[in-house]
Design a protein around this ligand. Structure first.
Ligand code: MLT
Ligand code: MN
Ligand code: ZN
Length: 307
């Protein structure tokens, strides 16, 4: 399986348009050792021809242009054969609306994520320009499904959704929607004929036995790297919200993912969905050193992995 990180940051990216925190400033003026990052999106493929996107970031146009394997090969065409959504957050779904140039799209999502995107969303009409513009394929927790190519051939990849503690997207809060175990999912992706698994957990509110067991069965693990600490945004004065209010398990600290996942043996362990405030983004920070000492990597835009 070929894996290409198109975007590695959390919502807002780094630098974020309305932020001048140390990291965002440093990413602009070079005063800090930090790489700019776009918002989370990862492309996967079995054959290097048919590609699937994990989430659709608002920066999808530039992300596609920045990776030649995703360029159109004919007048109207795309190597992107499907888009898999892990939740309905805007940093994961706004890109769908950016792909509105009358191209058929196949979107894999759980039913609550589909509903949250299409219901009461007048902008979704831009993806209803012709019958069948979007084909939704339902993901159910624990059920492995094939990813299909345009022509109806199997792509060689299969995917299983894993229910992971998360929360409703911010824009759906307060509407009386009943939270569902599949509002947020992780993904286990395998290539036919291979026993190796990519486990993709970019939003994890807390550890459950299921999350732990999925992480333990991974050969390549992407994990929620939004925040280093529970109080990161509050200490900076950027927001009143704690990491747990936003359903993101921090990396550091006693209950953090670095400690909790210390027994995970995946050959590649990579933090993704990195918020611009996170000190692990600074290449010379103590937090980056701690993560790397423990055998973890910090995702970068353009990172490629062969699994
Ligand atoms: C998150 O990852 O928690 C969300 O993207 C936050 C948001 O939508 O602002
Ligand atoms: Mn996010
Ligand atoms: Zn910032």
């Amino acid at each position: 399986m070929k894996i290409r990180v198109l975007g590695s940051a959390a919502g807002g990216g780094c630098p974020q348009w309305n932020c001048a925190c140390r990291n965002c400033r440093g990413a602009r003026d070079g005063s800090v050792r930090i790489e700019p990052r776009t918002q989370e999106c990862v492309a996967v493929s079995a054959d290097g021809e048919a590609w699937f996107l994990l989430n659709a970031s608002p920066e999808i146009r530039a992300q596609i242009e920045g990776f030649p394997a995703l360029h159109a090969r004919r007048l109207r065409d795309s190597p992107v054969q499907g888009i898999v959504l892990t939740n309905g957050d805007l940093d994961h779904t706004l890109g769908l609306l950016c792909l509105r140039e009358s191209h058929p799209l196949v979107v894999y999502a759980t039913e609550p994520v589909r509903r949250g995107f299409v219901e009461s969303n007048v902008l979704y009409r831009t993806l209803q320009r012709f019958p069948g513009q979007v084909s939704w394929r339902t993901l159910r927790a624990g059920a492995e499904v094939e990813l299909w190519k345009d022509g109806g051939d199997p792509s060689g990849l299969s995917i299983e959704a894993l229910a992971v503690p998360g929360k409703l997207p911010v824009h759906l809060e307060g509407l009386g929607l009943v939270p569902d175990a599949c509002d947020n999912v992780g993904l286990r992706i395998r290539e036919r004929g291979s026993r190796r698994a990519l486990v993709y957990l970019s939003a994890v509110g807390r550890l459950t036995p299921e999350v732990l067991s999925a992480a333990e069965r991974a050969d390549c693990l992407f994990f929620d790297g939004t925040f280093w600490s529970e109080e990161e945004l509050r200490e900076l004065g950027a927001s009143e919200k704690r990491a747990s209010d936003m359903a993101h398990l921090p990396i550091g600290g006693v209950g953090g993912s670095l400690a909790a996942l210390s027994g995970v043996g995946a050959a590649r362990r990579i933090y993704i969905h990195l918020n611009n405030t996170n000190p692990v983004l600074r290449e010379d920070s103590a937090e980056r050193a701690a993560v790397e000492r423990a055998g973890w990597e910090v995702a970068r835009d353009g990172m490629e992995i062969a699994l």
